[in-house]
Design a protein around this ligand. Structure first.
Ligand SMILES: Nc1ncnc2c1ncn2[C@@H]1O[C@H](COP(=O)(O)OP(=O)(O)O)[C@@H](O)[C@H]1O
Ligand SMILES: [Mg+2]
Length: 345
């Protein structure tokens, strides 16, 4: 439904986007993920029409809109900083776009109240000034305002990053539910990998103006295409040469010339090894107790290996305790040395 084809964007002689290709399906929740400065906002602004690419095309529903002005693109936008009018009422903020479209008063009223209900804003809140609302409520107003004109696409640029952690999770869930209810094609920008993994149908992982991988949350997490992606998405262990040698002694086929990684939850402590697994001697350095799970830092062959274990309430290991660390060599993700670089996540 949305196609960004070979997009190149420059600011002066700095190339912000090198060759961006994105295909988003109708109704999809699609996320641009990456560290600050990698080009997520620039890509979004190219789609919405604030930026004209040096080359490449923006196609929506088979129509080339690369040179179509913003207001004719029928795309709703929610910014990080809400961009609401603080002294106007919530009602007037939501009605703003409809007034621009010169709709009749009655029609505006009907649409505003309908959308307000859907995003859980009460009549009482509609009458308040935006500045009287909390951050979470203001974000709801911003979403209502973006949706009220009935756009085909909604774009959200880090919409939750100004909120505190708890509210962020709550609103994240609401956002997902709203997106499902409306069935609206959504482009979502974030630097937060957890947000991306929980919300998205698919994710494009950006690095320095390039997309390194596009895939489902499971694809980018468990089958990271590049070393950058595997480091940026979630926590991971880079395996030392000594550990790699042990994996191969146990019958693994891990190439020691590559950069080899394994996710924390793939490693297990003091379990009966399955066929083909390596059993390494380790000593617990320390642990972090999260309730739902426990994270251990275990010294194996001089390397600290991080391990996540489910908290079963019984098998909890203490610092200094000797443990068996069980690794399946088939869980190793390997990348050519020198090709990628590690993410500064
Ligand atoms: N208007 C601009 N003029 C010059 N450089 C810009 C402009 N907008 C963005 N950039 C640069 O382009 C790169 C990508 O920026 P941006 O898309 O905002 O990153 P992100 O949203 O991923 O944090 C950054 O290096 C940024 O400094
Ligand atoms: Mg940005």
């Amino acid at each position: 439904m949305i196609k960004l084809n070979d997009i190149i964007v420059k600011f002066g002689d700095f190339t912000a986007l090198h060759n961006i290709n994105v295909h988003v399906k109708e109704g999809e929740f699609f996320t641009f993920l990456g560290p600050s400065g990698c080009g997520k906002t620039t890509t979004l602004r190219t789609l919405t029409g604030f930026i004209e690419p040096v080359s490449g095309s923006v196609v929506v529903k088979d129509k080339d809109i690369t040179h179509v002005p913003i207001e004719e693109r029928n795309i709703g936008i929610v910014f990080q900083s809400y961009a609401l009018f603080p002294t106007m009422t919530v009602y007037d903020n939501i009605a703003f776009g409809l007034k621009l479209k010169k709709l009749k008063k009655k029609e505006i009223d009907q649409k505003v109240r309908e959308i307000a209900k859907k995003v859980d804003l009460s009549d009482e809140q509609l009458a308040k000034a935006v500045s009287q609302l909390s951050g979470g409520q203001q974000q709801r107003v911003a979403i209502a305002r973006a949706l009220v004109t009935g756009p085909a696409i909604i774009c959200m640029d880090e919409p939750l990053s100004n909120l505190d952690a708890k509210l962020r999770v709550q609103l994240r869930n609401e956002l997902k539910k709203m997106q499902k209810d409306f069935g609206i094609t959504t482009i979502y920008v974030t630097h937060d990998q957890e947000e991306a993994l929980t919300l998205s149908d698919r994710i494009a992982v950006f690095n320095k103006g390039v997309i390194e991988q596009t895939g489902t949350p499971n694809e980018v997490y468990n089958h990271s295409a590049t070393e950058f992606v595997c480091n940026f998405i979630g926590d991971i262990n880079r395996l030392s040469d000594a550990v790699v040698a042990e994996l191969n002694r146990a019958g693994g086929h891990v190439d020691p010339a590559k950069h080899n990684y394994i996710r924390l939850e793939r490693i297990h402590v003091n379990v009966e090894p399955k066929a083909g697994c390596a059993v390494l001697e380790g000593v617990v350095d320390s642990r972090e107790y999260y309730g739902l799970y426990i994270k251990y830092y275990i010294n194996v062959d001089g390397q600290t290996i991080k391990v996540i274990e489910k908290n079963d309430g019984v098998n909890i290991y203490e610092a200094g305790q000797k443990v068996k660390v069980v690794i399946d060599p088939r869980d190793v993700m390997a990348y050519p040395a020198g090709a990628g670089e590690e993410a500064q996540a």
